[in-house]
Design a protein around this ligand. Structure first.
Ligand code: NDP
Length: 272
């Protein structure tokens, strides 16, 4: 029987993770299969327990369960501990290891694939859910001039400011206070694009030569990328590169082999 892995979320049907891991296992010759699990909104813990009971070895965790996955883990990597959110679970005997590969995936995509350096830059991160939590520490490690966080539920952004205050220049900011502010990099880490919505951003937030990055991916531009394009932003990126890079980190954790990523990023882009 091949080892069994899956991505768990709600919704999950749109996920490209099964395609990506099928390509990684083909490329590296690993005997494994990878599926999807749609967990009920209140049924994450039971769905995970059921997966382990049926021989599952590891899970990718997507929206909206990353904070619950953090609670389920009995052991955490340093980056999952810092994020307090988990996107990768590994069954290790009786223990469940929780990791967070989102930050490494985003940084690999922005700084290596897209060639954008972050030191001294002004960065705006929109959203304060599991994905945002995972990328804050890696972003601060690149020593931006400022990392501002805006979120619909403002208190969550202020919680993140308090949590990461010792690690760099991070400030919570309300959407309404963004008028007149400009950023070199604006990252949409909300799930608004999943529902075809745009967070309440004012115009004028993009500095010249800025990069607009939406963690969401799919066919065509998301509402956030359309918004950026209408304001003349030339550098637009969706989350396909991040998705593939974070998947490669998870694959490495599970199988001890680092797959190549560029081919599958190109394939997914050309099929979007
Ligand atoms: P969560 O459910 O944990 O968080 C969702 C966040 O989006 C919250 O901050 C929420 O605000 C905000 N939000 C939702 N709807 C709106 C809206 N209409 N306007 C403004 N803000 C909104 O999700 P995740 O953090 O796990 O995922 C966020 C997004 O990132 C998803 O689209 C996901 O697909 C994508 N993602 C992509 C990855 C990749 O590899 N490319 C990896 C990880 C995530 P509030 O707190 O007020 O509810």
């Amino acid at each position: 029987m091949p080892d069994h892995y899956a991505v768990i979320g709600n919704p999950v049907a749109h996920s490209k993770s099964p395609l990506i891991h099928a390509e990684f296992s083909r490329q590296t010759g690993q005997d494994m299969r990878y599926g999807t699990i749609l967990a009920p909104m209140e049924g994450f813990f039971l769905a995970v327990a059921d997966f382990w009971r049926h021989g599952g070895k590891g899970l990718n965790v997507t929206v909206p369960f990353k904070l619950e996955a953090f609670k389920i883990a009995t052991r955490l990597t340093g980056r999952a501990e810092a994020a307090q959110a988990v996107n990768t679970l590994v069954l290790e005997g009786e223990a469940i290891l929780g990791d967070n590969t989102d930050g490494a995936g985003l940084l690999q995509d922005i700084t290596v694939n897209l060639g954008v350096a972050l030191a001294g830059k002004r960065i705006l991160l929109i959203g304060a859910g599991g994905a945002a939590r995972g990328v804050i520490m890696p972003l601060l490690e690149r020593e931006p001039c400022i990392l501002a966080i805006a979120n619909r539920t403002q208190e969550k952004a202020y919680d993140l400011q308090r949590q990461f205050a010792g690690s760099g220049n991070i400030v919570a900011i309300d959407y309404t206070d963004l008028h007149g502010e400009q950023f070199d990099l604006v990252i949409n880490a909300t799930s608004a694009s999943l529902h075809g919505e745009l967070p309440p951003l004012p115009t004028g937030i993009f500095a010249g030569e800025s990069l607009a990055y939406d963690m969401m991916y799919g066919s065509g531009h998301t509402p956030f990328l359309q918004f950026a394009k209408m304001q003349g932003v030339a550098r637009l990126a969706d989350g396909v590169g991040m998705l593939v890079e974070q998947a490669a980190e998870s694959f490495f954790l599970w199988r001890g082999i680092r797959p190549r990523t560029h081919g599958i990023i190109e394939t997914l882009r050309s099929h979007a």
